[in-house]
Design a protein around this ligand. Structure first.
Ligand code: SAM
Length: 451
């Protein structure tokens, strides 16, 4: 790396440590990320041109070699192993390569695309949806521009913590490894979540067994932080329970659950959807970013329009149920007992909404059947990443007029969209939303109408 300016050397060093698999404190600086030699390779290398970014966020060459952290137009020297390339040198940077914001970028497993200029990054994300549809023969759809979300707005994150020689590391996991990035900054999570990280380091040192790993699931509710800790190799006894409860008090955590047991609660966490106050069960599914959730709610309620009876399938704790119930009677279904109970309790106490029913049902094994679906004017469907194959096969036979489909996986969405279209639905619109900032994942809302 001789001859490189110190800033570029800093980044080169971090990349080299990532590439070489070694790990120790890399220089805490953010710098240029352009032409540089990253390390002196001892294995044969090839110089490649990057043509595009593939669907997992890695740059791709014409002959199908994937090189992480590259952009179209990059000329890079790489070590190639099978279909994977590791950068040794960026010979010529592509036009959309930019300086990543975060000092942990490349090493941290949280972000994959901070090195791509914003417009190009947005276009790439939107294009992933267009391509997924086109792979199922669905073309000519006017996919809307990506709805962007601001950095530092994620309200939910799962950190990993570990006590090593009396000191606790807290952060996301390194890319492709179980090592922890002892986080000094993060441009994705809400500042309240990030502010908890140094305080967790101190507090967990008193409670974690040496070498034990803990998963720390933090959710920012309307009235404070809700934390779910999963600690390996630890039996929760009376003394530990008291120490965890003290920790919750000191950190101002309003609810703390440890290894499935509620150990402290000063207030029940509350989320407000259309005036309904919902207390989600510990660790329940929630849309990760409030602004993304608001965009989803707006698109879903607009799609449903004046429908009088709506089914909310894969309803979770009711992020769509309650906004929909401003104008329509809603039947909510989800397989998680605790989420459906939380939804039902909030529905009983809600004021000014149309009737809501809540039913626990496994929609993979027992999808709503045609005769059940035909009692609704509209259906909202928001399955997990696996999609909703069985449920969409039933919907495809139904008379339901409007389907608002929410998805966090373009590939399974496109498969299910094909089923609906083959059943006679028209895909009217698709709107991608950047809920998972700088990751290759995309959220979307699609509207289907039966003509
Ligand atoms: C992407 S989340 C959507 C939740 C909700 N619509 C929201 O926006 O907060 C998917 C939901 O599907 C539920 N789920 C997963 N598998 C299911 C199944 N087989 N049957 C019914 N619900 C399921 C999960 O419990 C989760 O609440």
């Amino acid at each position: 790396m001789a001859g490189l300016d110190p800033a570029t050397q800093g980044h080169a060093l971090r990349l080299r440590h990532w590439v070489a698999g070694s790990r120790f404190a890399w220089p805490a600086m953010t710098d240029r990320f352009d032409t540089m030699t990253i390390y002196d390779s001892i294995t044969p290398t090839r110089t490649l041109d990057i043509l595009r970014i593939g669907h997992k966020g890695d740059g791709e060459t014409a002959d199908g070699i994937y090189v992480p952290f590259t952009v179209p137009g990059d000329k890079v020297t790489v070590e190639v192993e099978g279909e994977r390339g590791r950068i040794v040198q960026i010979v010529e940077p592509g036009p959309t390569r930019v300086k990543p914001l975060c000092q942990h970028f490349v090493i941290c497993g949280g972000c994959a695309l901070q090195h791509v200029e914003t417009t190009a990054y947005h276009d790439w994300k939107r294009d992933q949806v267009v391509q997924a549809l086109s792979q199922r023969g669905i073309t000519g759809i006017d996919v809307a521009p990506l709805v962007a979300v601001a950095p530092r707005t994620r309200r939910r994150a799962v950190f990993t913590a570990r006590l090593v020689n009396g000191a606790v590391m807290v952060g996301f996991q390194e890319r492709g490894s179980h090592f922890i990035v002892d986080m000094a900054e993060c441009h994705v999570v809400h500042p309240d979540l990030f502010a908890l990280v140094p305080r967790l380091r101190e507090a967990l040192a008193d409670v974690l067994p040496e070498q034990a790993r803990a998963e720390v699931d933090v959710m920012r509710a309307g009235n404070g932080l809700d934390v779910v800790l999963g600690v390996g190799r630890m039996t929760l006894d009376g003394a530990l329970r008291t120490r965890f409860a003290d920790m919750a008090g000191k950190l101002g955590i309003i609810r703390l659950t440890v290894n499935g047991e509620l150990v402290a609660q000063s207030e029940a966490p509350v989320l407000d959807w259309a005036g309904a106050k919902v207390t989600p069960p510990p660790g329940a599914f929630l849309q990760a970013v409030p602004d993304a959730e608001a965009a989803l709610q707006t698109l879903v309620t607009a799609a449903v329009g004046n429908a009088k009876r709506v089914a909310d399938l894969f309803a979770g704790c009711g992020a769509f149920t309650f906004p929909l119930a401003r104008h329509a009677a809603v039947a909510a279904y989800d397989s998680e007992t605790a989420s459906i109970e939380a939804l039902a309790v909030a529905a009983r106490n809600a004021k000014g909404l149309k009737p809501i029913t809540a039913e626990r049902r496994d929609l993979f094994r027992r999808p709503l059947l045609k005769h059940e679906l035909d009692t609704f004017d509209a259906v909202v469907i928001d399955p997990p990443r696996a999609g909703a194959k069985a449920q969409c096969e039933q919907l495809a036979t139904s008379k339901v007029k409007t389907i608002a489909a929410v998805s966090c996986n373009s590939t399974t969405f496109a498969r299910d969209a094909r089923t609906l279209i083959d059943g006679g639905y028209t895909l009217k619109s698709v709107t991608p939303i950047d809920q998972f900032l700088w990751s290759p994942h995309i959220e979307l809302v699609a509207v289907f109408e039966r003509s």
